[in-house]
Design a binder for this molecule. Structure first.
Ligand SMILES: [Mn+2]
Length: 348
């Protein structure tokens, strides 16, 4: 297992110098942030990113994410050309020697929350989600009115996208995902890049948009479309775990034993009611998920992929990118490392 930390590049207030003072972190998860969606990720830029990370003593353990253009998800006329570009980006990852790719197939929004700074009783704050609040949100100004989405789409573009996905519906989205996998997975095999789809966050439809990667049945269906190791999962405990019917330790055990989890996102969430949750500190006692059993399931199935603490709270007065401060994620990394050491040392 390569314990890793997400880094948003040179603009990230959490620097590589700060991350390397967390004693257990060996890998960095990052991306290119200046390539327009749909264009090929140049080999030189990937190589430069890798060199910058390695210069600080880390491995560039995963790319999160190469975004999938909306026209691919909608199956529009230029989808084939855009998928060709995606394949070239994956091949360039392989040439640069970067072996894990996280991506998602969520329409329009790759995550949604109703608040980015819910205050918790201990004075820390976290991201939270309440569908009742999401339903009341005003989309007449485009994505500007949504927490965390200051950039994005104006009102007309957003209305067009929402209508297009409503016409497409969930089965249409599945067929476009199938087309994408049939085209891109062979490139990933050629490049020896392990692809891991990130589940939908949250795992239910929002604003009438279909969401299809939501639980065990959909993960089974997804893995069968291209039943090869390079078509795998970025298993995010916090995304799937907000639905009580998703038994995360069981799912981890099943998919990790099959060798289909390439990237483990580990975080805890507290379920407040139907379609209502907030993020919490990582330890089991802080939320609704049994993080110890989840890490144990990875340890006992010999997990060799990349693991990172996912979103943290904002603590000790830190401000910054919601979910991606330094301090609480560093605590999360230490906690995961402690569990890992305990469970792997105990393994016969
Ligand atoms: Mn995640």
């Amino acid at each position: 297992m390569i314990l890793s930390f997400r880094w948003y590049g040179d603009d990230d207030p959490v620097t590589l110098d700060a991350i390397r003072q967390i004693p257990v972190v060996k890998g960095i998860v990052s991306a290119l942030y200046d390539v327009p969606v749909g264009e090929v990720w140049p080999l030189e830029k990937l190589q430069a990113l890798k060199n910058a990370v390695e210069a600080k003593g880390f491995k560039l353990s995963a790319i999160e994410s190469i975004p999938v253009h909306e026209h691919i998800k909608l199956g529009l006329r230029d989808a084939d050309k855009l998928m060709g570009n995606y394949c070239r980006s994956v091949l360039n990852m392989g040439k640069a020697g970067i072996s894990v790719l996280c991506y998602n197939f969520m329409p329009v929004f790759d995550w949604t929350r109703s608040s980015l700074a819910l205050e918790l009783p201990d004075g820390s704050n976290c991201l939270s989600h309440d569908d009742a609040e999401i339903r009341d949100m005003d989309l007449s100004k485009g994505t500007k009115g949504l927490p965390g989405w200051s950039a994005g789409y104006d009102a007309d573009q957003l209305r067009w996208l929402l209508d297009a996905y409503r016409d497409l519906n969930a089965e249409g989205l599945w067929s476009n995902l199938e087309r994408f996998l049939k085209k891109v997975v062979p490139a990933a095999q050629e490049a020896d890049v392990k692809m891991g789809i990130h589940p939908d966050d949250p795992p239910w439809p929002i604003f009438g948009l279909p969401r299809i990667i939501c639980g065990e049945a959909s993960l089974d269906r997804f893995l069968k479309i291209a039943d090869v190791p390079h078509n795998g999962l970025s298993l995010c405990t916090g995304s799937l775990g907000v639905l009580p019917e998703n038994d995360i330790p069981k799912m981890v055990r099943k998919y990790s034993a099959l060798g289909r989890v390439h990237f483990a996102h580990v975080r805890n969430v507290k379920i407040g009611g139907p379609h209502n949750f907030n993020e919490t500190a990582h330890p089991t006692e802080c939320g609704s998920l049994d993080i110890a059993s989840i890490v144990r399931a990875y340890a006992e199935t010999g997990f060799q992929g990349v693991m990172r603490p996912d979103h943290g709270r904002m603590i000790w007065g830190e401000t910054g990118r919601p979910g991606y401060g330094l301090y609480d994620r560093a605590l999360g990394a230490m906690y995961l490392a402690g569990l890992w050491e305990a469970f792997t040392a105990a393994r016969p």
